[in-house]
Design a protein around this ligand. Structure first.
Ligand code: NDP
Ligand code: 2IT
Length: 449
């Protein structure tokens, strides 16, 4: 890194000492954009980087709610409105006990770049709470969501900030959030949230979009390297929204998915994962992945006992981390390479540690970076917003075709940028460079704001 980038990194580290995830995300971008900064000396004078890494606004708020026993519980709510440069703030809400400002900021920061790559008019944001949805009744989830929205509503709007789902937030939660927003506003403003159920304004294929989009991207990446998904063995961490639909599309492309996981452990089914059963356990019963063995006793269950998630020890050609940040570390990367992995597709946000990414790239393993490879979800959210504005619906096939085209274009942009700067097959840098240039040029055009 040159002196200027180093000084920016030093300043951001000094200002945010307790935010390791945020610093990790910033560092990855700073490491990638040096050639672009060298080509554009005016970026330094204009404070482009300094503005890019400072959120426009961070909102934190109290979320009090009453549990089924009648006790009052207080959680902390967040919305990080990172950038409105190219559209209304846009990004998901995460409900997970680990949520803190560092995680919200890293996710908001990555979202700006991801959203720029989609080519659609959406800025970047993230929000959520340290509320733990596990084991809560529907009524508790509803009371939490209503309380959360009772504060959040004043900061959002269909032209201002448009939240959606992320870990712990799916159709059920979006429904409760939307109902409360509509009640407070006394108006139907469909585009204020995405990931709505189709019956009241959602988009067909939004549920499938992130997982499907990931596979479209991985398919393009393999094709550009004279390979394909057909006949490949795949392992997918997580068993939530992204993991399930990545599994579905991977299988449709002729791959065999042999392992999936949750935070307690992973299942290995050498005959190929029974996805209908996973959907039943996770989407309907909201159960644990271990229950897979009740129907498939021949499959194996391996419990997670350390930072090295056991799923990465299973032999596969392609690994798709679709659970959470830093879930795949250097140890796991070494095991995967030993076992002959050829490609990694980041379905989750920042699932690889920096060391794991560097290791894969040094070994010639293809890496589909999160900002690009999981952008299909937010891209389809933007398509949901446009349908809401038109008061009109596209068919499933129409939305999927748009999604596929967007993912093909994103891969092209990553490839072109990596080639332009002589970084062969480094799509991680390619994605950062492609998004950064678009954002920097928008900033230049809009003056010092
Ligand atoms: P879900 O809540 O539907 O599923 C999350 C899955 O990841 C669950 O299987 C969960 O297991 C597992 N998981 C979560 N936290 C941990 C952890 N700390 N350790 C191990 N496993 C964990 O979320 P999504 O599928 O929507 O999101 C998954 C990832 O994809 C996240 O990184 C999210 O930011 C990213 N993403 C999501 C998009 C979307 O449209 N939904 C779009 C782009 C990215 P358990 O049930 O045991 O907690
Ligand atoms: O990380 C992400 O891109 C999401 N959770 C989806 C965001 C969105 O607005 O659809």
């Amino acid at each position: 890194m040159n002196e200027y980038l180093n000084s920016v990194l030093e300043a951001v580290t000094r200002k945010n000492p307790n935010e390791p995830e945020y610093l990790q995300a910033v560092k990855e971008v700073l490491l990638s954009v040096e050639p672009l900064i060298n080509n554009h000396p005016e970026y330094k004078k204009l404070g482009i980087l300094e503005r890019m890494i400072e959120p426009e606004r961070i909102i934190t708020f109290r979320v009090p709610w009453v549990n089924d026993s009648g006790d009052v519980i207080v959680n902390r709510g967040f919305r990080v409105q990172f950038s409105s440069l190219i559209g209304p703030y846009k990004g998901g809400l995460r409900l997970h006990p680990t949520v803190n400002q560092s995680i919200m900021k890293f996710l908001g920061f990555e979202q700006i770049f991801k959203n720029a790559l989609t080519g659609l008019p959406i800025g970047g944001a993230k929000g959520g709470s340290d509320f733990d949805p596990k084991g809560k009744s529907d009524a508790e989830i509803m009371r939490f969501c209503q309380s959360f929205m009772t504060e959040l509503y004043r900061h959002i709007g269909q032209d201002v900030d448009v939240p959606a789902g992320d870990i712990g937030v799916g159709g059920r939660e979006i429904g409760y959030l939307f109902g409360q927003y509509k009640r407070i506003r006394n108006a139907y403003e469909g585009g204020v949230l995405t990931g709505k159920a189709v019956v009241y304004g959602g988009s067909l294929a939004r549920t499938e979009a992130t997982g499907y989009g990931l596979i479209f991207y991985v398919r393009e990446m393999l094709a550009a390297n004279n390979n394909s998904l057909n006949g490949k063995t795949v392992i997918i961490s997580g068993s939530g929204n992204v993991a399930i639909y990545a599994c579905e599309k991977a299988a449709a492309n002729g791959a065999k998915v042999v392992a999936m996981s949750d935070s307690n452990g992973c299942i290995y089914d050498k005959n190929g994962i029974d996805l209908d059963l996973i959907k039943q356990i996770k989407e309907v019963q909201r159960g644990r992945i271990k229950e897979y063995l009740n129907k498939h006793p021949e499959a194996e269950y391996i419990e997670t006992t350390s930072e090295d998630a056991p799923i990465w020890g299973i032999k596969a050609d392609i690994a798709l981390p679709c659970a959470t940040q830093n879930e795949l570390n250097l140890n796991s990367a070494k095991k995967l390479v030993e076992n002959g992995v050829i490609a990694i597709g980041e379905g989750a946000n920042m699932p690889l540690t920096q060391e794991a990414t560097d290791y894969f790239l040094s070994k010639g393993v293809l890496v589909a970076p999160a900002k690009a490879a999981n952008a299909g979800g937010v891209a389809t959210s933007a398509i949901e917003m446009s349908q809401n504005s038109m008061r009109y619906y596209y068919t499933f096939e129409e939305v999927e075709a748009k999604l596929e085209k967007i993912m093909i274009n994103i891969f092209k942009a990553c490839k072109e940028q990596s080639e332009k700067y002589g970084l062969k097959n480094n799509y991680v840098a390619g994605a950062n460079l492609a998004a950064f240039e678009k954002l920097a040029e928008s900033m230049k055009a809009q003056g010092v704001v």
